[in-house]
Design a binder for this molecule. Sequence first.
Ligand SMILES: [Zn+2]
Length: 94
Amino acid sequence: MIFEIPRCPTCGELARGSIERLAGCAEFDWEEVPGQAVYSGYTDVWWDEQTMETNETGQAHLICSQGHEWYSDSDNAEDDEASAWPRQTYRFDV
Ligand SMILES: [Zn+2]
């Protein structure tokens, strides 16, 4: 991907990445408290539904390592090899 504003307007660092929206299943433990759902601490992230957050004009929402956020136009090349990173195979405990 190529961004019109790849560097943070506040501190000048290159973008750490884009802010993304994810969905998933926070799994329940039905055994800990009989008759009640308790979070097990395990979340199955549905990576196939991951999307880049954009504003109303379609600009990408970027963030630097200092936590500054900004929007930038991009070439939005979904099939670009640089953006084809593995998204599907991770599960993690929270
Ligand atoms: Zn910054």
